[in-house]
Design a protein around this ligand. Structure first.
Ligand code: FES
Length: 122
């Protein structure tokens, strides 16, 4: 039995240039289950693609207040717009803020010639 979520195409590789973000909505579980939509985002940094759920570990709310804007003013860390928590882009670990020591929920990411796909963690 396959326990992984299906892969979901979220954009084309050409859409995700270095430093850019793509947001998306995904549905976890089957319709008959208690299905909840969740928001996520992918971004490319130094050529590599990363993906996380768009949910701050502090209060469980979305990180950004403007579409596609997730980075701090120095473009070094992912920043929560509500209380300013800073997260390492490559691991999602919170290094400063009220949820220090916690982390963003990572998504599995796959990049091929035609698509960037993600799937939810179990
Ligand atoms: S909600 Fe993100 S730091 Fe408080």
């Amino acid at each position: 039995m396959n326990r992984h979520s299906p892969w979901l195409k979220v954009c084309s590789p050409d859409d995700l240039t270095n430093g850019s973000f793509t947001e998306f909505t995904l549905t976890k579980g089957k319709p008959e289950d208690q299905t909840t939509d969740q928001r996520g985002f992918v971004f490319r940094r130094s050529g590599k693609v990363y993906g996380y759920l768009n949910r701050c570990p502090h209060l469980g709310i979305e990180l950004n207040w403007m579409p596609g804007r997730f980075m701090d003013s120095d473009n070094c860390f992912i920043q929560c717009s509500t209380h300013g928590a800073l997260f390492l882009p490559d691991s999602g670990e919170c290094i400063v803020g009220p949820c220090q020591g916690e982390a963003l929920t990572p998504l599995e990411v796959s990049e091929s010639r035609d698509s960037i796909e993600i799937r939810l963690p179990e």
